[in-house]
Design a protein around this ligand. Structure first.
Ligand SMILES: [Zn+2]
Length: 398
């Protein structure tokens, strides 16, 4: 793995699956895992082995059927959790045990009722145990962004010395900002030289409570993170995780800015989003970046005119790039003559300037009353003499 490669760690089946409306059966998780393999993700977090028998079964099933990505299980910093994760992963070609322990005083005091000293000891013991069971161990200081910085550094140092191969510093509650998150990564790298010296991978894990998950993840990459944790359609606890498709598209479209590569097959983004949308109870919102139904739809007349002249006027990537069949010019009250002419020509009607003007008035009047204008509505607007001239396309040219 080179410095230029960003590892995509998908947690749709763990963080995503544990959010409302997203639970999946083992069979459904397996379907999703195959889609993630086709998409090219490097690591699939398949579940939390200790959480339930269903999670354990899903992890074990996926390790036997999905071979390309590394398979991970989450585990609390407890002996029984770590041993259970190792058992669920025993048939994986390449396994990862992902151990987490809170590093913020708030979590230590109220949730875990543990002192800082006890937390450091537990961290070291857990990572050592995990390393005795797997050669690839990720450690996450939970709530890293709200932790005392000196203590966070101490805990990460203990995890590194105990043999962690990836250190993930999550913004568990979606609280941080890009500048602040980047600074945390720079601080930790600077204060623990072993991270860079031993090639330990730093990772981001961002929640979207303030709508900053993707921006924060990109900031972490800027500061040296080489793994991003994310989910399909951005599903996950509360407002969700960083969206995989947005991260992958941003790194591609702005390669000039970030200069890193990933193994994500961009043309599988939309198909994978569809697989998930059909398995859980909701689809991405229509205005969701990259994979929403309207992500490549243009309605306003000025935009449609520009799109027909040259798609680059209003699109920074083609829909085909991310696996969407084609740009959708929506005919509505904001559309102009250019889009109307274009659609009528596709339907086999070539109009003179005056005819187009006449039909356009009728079209605008209809669009004022009706939200969606369909092809049969358009044909209905045409005077008889135009309708009779319809030319059947002899052949379709691309
Ligand atoms: Zn999370």
């Amino acid at each position: 793995m080179t410095q230029k490669h960003v590892v995509f760690f998908d947690t749709t089946l763990r963080d995503g699956e544990q959010s409302p409306g997203c639970s999946m059966t083992t069979q459904e998780k397996l379907t999703m895992a195959h889609a993630l393999e086709d998409l090219g993700v490097d690591i699939i977090e398949a579940g939390f082995a200790m959480a339930s028998e269903g999670d354990f079964a899903a992890i074990a099933t996926i390790t036997q059927a999905v071979r390309k990505p590394r398979i991970a299980s989450l585990a609390r910093a407890k002996t029984e959790d770590i041993e259970m994760a190792a058992r669920a992963l025993q048939f994986a070609d390449r396994a990862r045990i992902h151990v987490f322990l809170a590093s913020s005083d708030l979590h230590l005091e109220y949730k875990l009722k543990m002192s800082r000293a006890e937390a450091l000891e537990t961290c070291g013991e857990s990572v050592r145990l995990a390393r005795s069971l797997a050669d690839d161990v990720e450690f996450s200081p939970e709530d890293a962004t709200r932790s005392d910085r000196d203590f966070l550094v101490e805990m990460v140092r203990v995890a590194v010395e105990a043999g962690a191969t990836t250190i993930n510093m999550p913004d568990t509650v979606g609280y941080t900002t890009p500048e602040e998150y980047a600074k945390m990564f720079r601080d930790v790298r600077e204060r623990i030289p072993a991270i860079d010296a031993q090639g330990i991978v730093l990772s981001s894990h961002c929640h979207d409570d303030l709508g900053l998950a993707v921006a924060n993840s990109l900031a972490a990459i800027d500061a040296g993170a080489r793994q991003v944790e994310c989910t399909i359609n951005g599903i996950g606890e509360r407002a969700g995780n960083a969206s995989l498709e947005e991260l992958a598209a941003a790194l591609y479209v702005r390669h000039d800015r970030y200069g890193v590569d990933s193994s994500i097959k961009l043309d599988q983004l939309y198909p994978t989003s569809e697989v998930l949308g059909n398995l859980i109870t909701f689809k991405p919102s229509p205005n969701k970046a990259v994979v929403g139904a309207n992500a490549f739809a243009h309605e306003s007349g000025i935009h449609q005119h520009g799109m027909l002249a040259n798609p680059l006027c209003y699109e920074i990537m083609t829909p085909q790039l991310v696996g969407v069949a084609r740009t959708h010019l929506v005919l509505g009250k904001h559309s102009g003559r250019a889009a109307l002419r274009h659609r009528l020509e596709q339907l086999g009607f070539t109009l003179t300037r005056d005819e187009l003007q006449h039909v356009y008035y009728r079209f605008v009047a209809l669009a004022d009353r009706k939200k969606n204008i369909y092809d049969q509505d358009l044909v209905g607007l045409l005077p008889d003499q135009i309708r009779e001239r319809k030319q059947e396309p002899v052949a379709e040219l691309d």
